[in-house]
Structures are given as structure tokens and as C-alpha cells.
Design a protein around this ligand. Structure first.
Ligand code: NAD
Length: 529
């Protein structure tokens, strides 16, 4: 391990040797599709006979894997097992826990393209998007391992004569880790890594749309030396077994990333104290967004159009940070629409397994229908489709990158998270109006401003209420350590994943104070150990 954290470099697939390596990984994974995977509780592989299938969004009949579904009883057992394992794992030195993550990061680096290939098949990520996801997962392990070493060291306290005081961070207990499917490796691995490196044990319930990549990560942790029961792998319906894990009196914290609806549901359930429960459950909930890019009249319009299009359509617009609203000063509205439409038309939609594909299918049929409904709604509410608008669900869930102009502030597609390749363009009277429209949302995750005017940038810094604000660059692509990530208001608890404060959410501080001279050294006292 190098002392200083460095972000994992992204792969340049225009280089033939890299493209070749990715093609080989895609071929290898193709030969492994359709297998069956068990639940793993306390190291025991369990098959329940009832399975859920994960399938390829770009080729809907292709099965990625079959996953045994947990029953309610098994979900309870997973928490009990994690609780039991916590009694030993909490005492494993921080250095050893950190080393486990360093080894996991090394293994991920060795199998980078293979892990990316699983995401190409399972959630239809393009090559660069999958590569970015894997790199971020490596970063989380490397970053949190180093952070843990920092928290395990001496913590400065004010000195008081006659006393020796110390503060140590101790783990909380059983963590329910509930990730979304859209960063199925990075977010899942990040929340799991943070929980275990701080000394907690985990019940990991991956998304039913992306369990295969989660299982690959789980196996990799085992290979890196994870003791049985520290992470318990539990596939199953979020509504059925998710509630059991959230409600369980021995669950101590819930690390959730996903939609606002499910996040609020979990928060509410977790607040209810169950019989035998000894604590107030801690909920980390990172939720949706309705992110906006403001284009001021003095902006570099070409750069702004590029930023808007990249942020809106990367991974089919299925990022919590995706730009779903472009708010444009009336004075540059028409030329901006033209530029955005022209750049959008160049996006090549296709199979995620091909290097040249820039956008692929959306995650599943439910999303496909919901996104198409939003496009229709946008039209009926007076929007003008200036790019895309078409969809084809025959072979896979393909929706064209769609730009809807003349959307009015307050319209449905201006307010609700769509989570698909649909951009609403809104005309603002001036910069002040643009900021007002941008803030008129229940969410507050990311945002960006394109302007060459320092004064406008400064004003946005003060008034644009989002957790991650960018200037003259796209509003997606947060890097671990560089852009700690998390949102305000209904976007979540602003836990700033990939930031210095993140691990504190998984720990509590214990302070010990001793009167100097009140005890004798063991030898002096004559006690044997
Ligand atoms: P989702 O809310 O549908 O599901 C998230 C997870 O919750 C899944 O694992 C699901 O199985 C589980 N779940 C569902 N019901 C549950 C219950 N009753 N109890 C416990 N668990 C339950 O979200 P999704 O579709 O997987 O992900 C997309 C959403 O995630 C979008 O809203 C997106 O903005 C958000 N997201 C936010 C961030 C962020 O950092 N703020 C990052 C990525 C995604």
C-alpha cells in the first residue's frame, strides 16, 4: 500500500490492448451466465429452492444468474448470525480490518475488466461506465482502509492536569447494507467496506436487479480473508425480507442508498423501537435527485452543451447525480437547445458489450414503462421533443436519449425523479430566476452552473442548495476523496460517501478518563494475568 490515497486510473479503451482485454473478459463472463447462487449466512451456503432471476436489460431473455431467495426466517437468522459474529469481529484490530480491504482492492484491480463485464451484462453499463464503477469500488476500499487507520490512532483531546483522557472510536453493531442497482459494485462495496472496516458486521441485501455483481464482490472478500459471518449475503425481495432486517431489534444501523420512497419507508420503520431493542437505530439514507445545470447568458455554450448531454445521458440517465433539468437563460435559450439536440443526436445507442456503444438499455420493464410515461406526460404538459422520444422494448429496454424543451417550472417532469434518459429544458428569465427554479425542488443532490462571471459563481455557491455543486463542468462523475458525495433535503442524510467524515457514521466515540497515580502497574500490584 502506498501511504497516500490515489484514485484508481480509468481505462482508455481506444488503446487496442485495453479493448482486447475487455473483450476477453466479456467472453469469459458470457460463459458463466445463468448459474445458481446461494444465500450465505455465517459462511453456510443455503438454497431455499425459490429463486429470483437477474437478467440482461439489453437482451431481456438472457439470464445472468439465479439467486435463492431468503425467507423471513432466514432474514432473521442473518441478523442473529451477524450479531453473534460482531462479538469477535469488533475486537479484531483496525489494522487487520484495514488490511482486508487493501487485499480486496488488490484482487479487484487484478480482475478489473471481469468485474466490469459482469456489470455490462447485468445492468447494461457501457464499457467506460462499468470501468468507472469498478474503479470507484477499488477507491472506496483503499480510501476507507486508510481512514480507519487514521481513526484508530490517537485522537487529540484538551489536556487536564491529574487525568489521562483518551477517545476511541468503536463500532456500532449489526449493519443492514441495502444498495441500489445503479452503482451495483461501487455503492454496494463502499457501504459494505465502510461497515466492516469500522468493526461492524453486515447483512448485505443487494438489489434484485444486480445480485450477481454483489455475489462476485462477496466471494472476493472471502478470498481476501473475510471471516465467516462478518458479511452475510442475503438475496430476496426488498419489501419482504428488507423489512425483517430493518425491523430486527438486533439491527443497529442501516446503510441505505436508493429511492426517496424506500429511504423514507426504512427511516420510518427503523424509528420504531422493537421489543428487546437497546438503542436508537442509526439510518444513513442516500436517496434520489432532480439535478439541474444552469446555463447563464455569459457561459461557453459549447462546453455547457457537452456538460449537459454527458450528465443527462451517461448510463442512460440512471445516476442519482444525472442532469435531468437544464435551466437556461432566455438570452441563450435557442442556440443552447440547438447545441444540446445536435450533441444528443450523436449518441450511439446499442449493445453494452460493444466498445463503441455510448448508451444502452434501461434497467427493467418497470423502469422502461415509467420513463416512457414521463415522456408522454412531458408532451401533454406542453413540452416540445427536440431530440429522441422513441423507445423499443422488443429485445431490450431501449429508450432514445430524449430532450424535451419548453418545460414549465413546476411541471411533472421538472419535479419528479425520472431516472432515465430524459432531459427537461426550462427557460429562465435571468440568472436569478434560474437559481430560483433550480432550488424549487424537494431534492438537493447535485447541480452545476456554466458561467464565466465570478460574481454569478459566488452567488450560486451561497444560494444553490445542493450537496455537490460544480462549476463549468458536468454534474456527474464524483471521485472518492476528491468529491465527497451526498445530498440535502429529500436527497438524503448527506453522509458524504468517499469523504473524511463518512466512517464516523459507522462508529461511536468512547471516552476513558483516569485519575493519574490511582492505579499501580501490574507487576507492582502483583497480579497475574
Ligand atoms: P430502490 O429504492 O428501489 O431500491 C434500493 C434498495 O432498497 C434495493 O436493494 C431494494 O431491494 C431495497 N428495498 C426495497 N424495498 C425495501 C424495503 N421495504 N426494505 C428494505 N429494503 C428495500 O432504488 P433503486 O431503484 O435500486 O435505485 C435507484 C434510486 O437510487 C434512485 O432514486 C437514485 O437517485 C438513488 N440513488 C441515490 C444515490 C445517492 O448517493 N444519493 C446513489 C445511487 C442511487
Amino acid at each position: 500500500m502506498s501511504i497516500e490515497f490515489r484514485n484508481e486510473p480509468l481505462t482508455d479503451f481506444s488503446k487496442e490492448e485495453n479493448a482486447q482485454a475487455m473483450r476477453a473478459a466479456i467472453e469469459k463472463v458470457a460463459g458463466e451466465l445463468g448459474r445458481e447462487y446461494p444465500l450465505v449466512i455465517g459462511g453456510e451456503r443455503i438454497k431455499t429452492g425459490s429463486t429470483l432471476e437477474s437478467s440482461n436489460p439489453a437482451q431481456r431473455t438472457q439470464v445472468i444468474g439465479k439467486f435463492h431467495k431468503a425467507t423471513k426466517e432466514l432474514a432473521g437468522r442473518a441478523v442473529e448470525t451477524a450479531f453473534k459474529t460482531f462479538q469477535t469481529w469488533r475486537n479484531v484490530p483496525a489494522r487487520e480490518r484495514a488490511d482486508l480491504l487493501f487485499r480486496a482492492a488488490d484482487l479487484m484491480r487484478q480482475r478489473k475488466h471481469e468485474l466490469s463485464a459482469w456489470m455490462i451484462y447485468e445492468v447494461a453499463k457501457t464499457w467506460p461506465e462499468a470501468d468507472g464503477d469498478t474503479a470507484e469500488a477499488i477507491d472506496f476500499c483503499e480510501f476507507y482502509a486508510r481512514e480507519m487507520l487514521h481513526y484508530a490512532g490517537d485522537q487529540p483531546l484538551v489536556k487536564l492536569a491529574g487525568e489521562e483522557n483518551s477517545l476511541e472510536y468503536i463500532p456500532l453493531g449489526v449493519a443492514a447494507v441495502i444498495p441500489p442497482w445503479n452503482f451495483p459494485l461501487a455503492i454496494m462495496a463502499g457501504m459494505t467496506a465502510a461497515a466492516i472496516v469500522t468493526g461492524n458486521t453486515v447483512v448485505l441485501k443487494p438489489s434484485s436487479d444486480a445480485p450477481a455483481i454483489a455475489y462476485k464482490f462477496f466471494e472476493l472478500l472471502e478470498e481476501a480473508g473475510l471471516p465467516a459471518g462478518v458479511v452475510n449475503f442475503m438475496t430476496g425481495s426488498g419489501a419482504e425480507v428488507g423489512d425483517v432486517v430493518v425491523d430486527h431489534p438486533k439491527t443497529r444501523l442501516i446503510a441505505f442508498t436508493g429511492s426517496k420512497e424506500v429511504g423514507l419507508h426504512i427511516n420510518e420503520r427503523a424509528a420504531k423501537v422493537q421489543e428487546g431493542q437497546l438503542w436508537i437505530k442509526r439510518v444513513i439514507a442516500e436517496m434520489g435527485g432532480k439535478d439541474a445545470i444552469i446555463v447563464a447568458e455569459d457561459a461557453d455554450l459549447e462546453a455547457a452543451a457537452t456538460g449537459v448531454v454527458q450528465s443527462a445521458f451517461g448510463f442512460q440517465g440512471q445516476k442519482c447525480s444525472a442532469c435531468s433539468r437544464a435551466i437556461i437563460d432566455a438570452r441563450v435559450y435557442d442556440p443552447m437547445i440547438e447545441k444540446i439536440a445536435a450533441q444528443t443526436a450523436k449518441i450511439k445507442v446499442g449493445a453494452p458489450t460493444e466498445n463503441e456503444t455510448m448508451m444502452s438499455a434501461v434497467i427493467n420493464e418497470k423502469a422502461f414503462k415509467a420513463i416512457n410515461n414521463y415522456v408522454e406526460k412531458g408532451k401533454t404538459e406542453g413540452g416540445r421533443v427536440v431530440a429522441g422520444g422513441g423507445a423499443d422494448g422488443e429485445q431490450g429496454f431501449f429508450i432514445e436519449p430524449t430532450v424535451i424543451a419548453d418545460v414549465k417550472p413546476g411541471a411533472t417532469i421538472e419535479q419528479e425523479e425520472i431516472f432515465g434518459p430524459v432531459l427537461a429544458v426550462i427557460k429562465a428569465n435571468d440568472y436569478e430566476d434560474a437559481l430560483r427554479i433550480a432550488n424549487d425542488t424537494q431534492f438537493g443532490l447535485t447541480g452545476a452552473v456554466y458561467s464565466t462571471d465570478e460574481g454569478k459563481i459566488e452567488k450560486a455557491r451561497r444560494e444553490f442548495h445542493v450537496g455537490n455543486l460544480y462549476f463549468n463542468r458536468k454534474c456527474t462523475g464524483a471521485l472518492v476523496g476528491v468529491h465527497p458525495f451526498g445530498g440535502f433535503n429529500m436527497s438524503g442524510t448527506d453522509s458524504k460517501a468517499g469523504g473524511r467524515d463518512y466512517l464516523l457514521l459507522f462508529m461511536q466515540a468512547k471516552v476513558s478518563s483516569a485519575k493519574v497515580g490511582a492505579t499501580r502497574k501490574r507487576a507492582e500490584a502483583g497480579t497475574a494475568i
